[in-house]
Design a protein around this ligand. Structure first.
Ligand code: SAH
Length: 196
C-alpha cells in the first residue's frame, strides 16, 4: 500500500510515509472488509460512513505539516484511522465524531492499539473543541458546505487547516493562518461524506 499508493503518487514526507507504514489499516475496518484493507479505496464502516482512501489520508496528513510538538484537531473520527496516523506524528490529537457508537468504537480501538495521545469525544464538529484551542493543525474529514467559522477561530497563527468544502463537488482546501489572516495554499477535487 505504502509503496504503490503513497510513495508512487507523490507523498514525500518521510515522517508521513513511516506513519502510514506503522498504522495497521486492517484493524480499523469491519471484519468483512479486512481482505480489502490495503487496496487503494475508501471502505464502508458502520453507520453508513467510510474510512478514507489511504492516499487521501497521507495527502491530508502531509498537507497539515505536523511536527512532534503539534496539537491537532480532527473533525470526523469515523474509524479512527486518520486519528491514528496523526497520533504517530503529533504531540496530542483531539478528534470529534457526531455518531456516538463510532466515537466509542474508535476510542476503544485506539486504546487497544496503544495510542495514548488521542482523545475522542462525541460532539458537533462545527463547534470545534474550544478547550484545547488553538490548534497547530485542524484536519476535517467530512465536507461542510462552507468553511466553518469556529474552526477558523480555533486555528493557531502559523497553523494549517485542511478541509474538503462544498456540496456535490468538493474541493480540499489547504489554508494557512498568518498574523494577517488566512492564506490558501492549495485546492484539490475530492469526495467526502457531508459534514452534518
Ligand atoms: N477520518 C475517518 C473517516 C471519516 S468519515 C477515518 O479515518 O475513518 C466522516 C465522519 O465524519 C463520519 O464518521 C461522520 O459521522 C462524521 N461527521 C459528519 N458530520 C460531523 C460533524 N458535524 N461533527 C463531527 N463528525 C461529523
Amino acid at each position: 500500500m505504502v509503496r504503490e499508493q503513497i510513495i508512487q503518487r507523490g507523498i514525500q514526507d518521510q515522517r508521513v510515509i513511516q506513519a502510514m507504514e506503522r498504522v495497521p489499516r486492517h484493524r480499523f475496518v469491519p471484519p468483512e472488509q479486512q481482505a480489502r484493507a490495503y487496496t487503494d479505496r475508501p471502505l464502508s464502516i458502520d453507520c453508513n460512513q467510510t474510512i478514507s482512501q489511504p492516499y487521501i489520508v497521507a495527502f491530508m496528513t502531509e498537507a497539515a505539516h505536523i511536527t512532534s510538538d503539534s496539537v491537532v484537531l480532527e473533525i470526523g473520527t469515523g474509524s479512527g484511522y486518520q486519528a491514528a496516523v496523526l497520533a504517530e506524528l503529533a504531540k496530542q490529537v483531539y478528534s470529534l465524531e457526531r455518531i456516538p457508537s463510532l466515537a466509542e468504537q474508535a476510542k476503544q480501538n485506539l486504546q487497544a492499539l496503544g495510542y495514548r495521545n488521542v482523545e475522542i469525544r462525541q460532539g458537533d464538529g462545527y463547534q470545534g473543541w474550544p478547550e484545547h484551542a488553538p490548534y497547530d493543525a485542524i484536519v476535517v474529514t467530512a465536507a461542510p458546505p462552507t468553511l466553518p467559522p469556529l474552526l477558523l477561530d480555533q486555528l493557531a497563527i502559523g497553523g494549517t487547516l485542511v478541509v474538503p468544502v462544498g456540496e456535490g463537488s468538493q474541493s480540499l482546501l489547504i489554508l494557512g493562518r498568518t498574523a494577517q489572516g488566512f492564506v490558501q495554499k492549495g485546492s484539490f477535487p475530492v469526495q467526502f461524506v457531508p459534514m452534518l
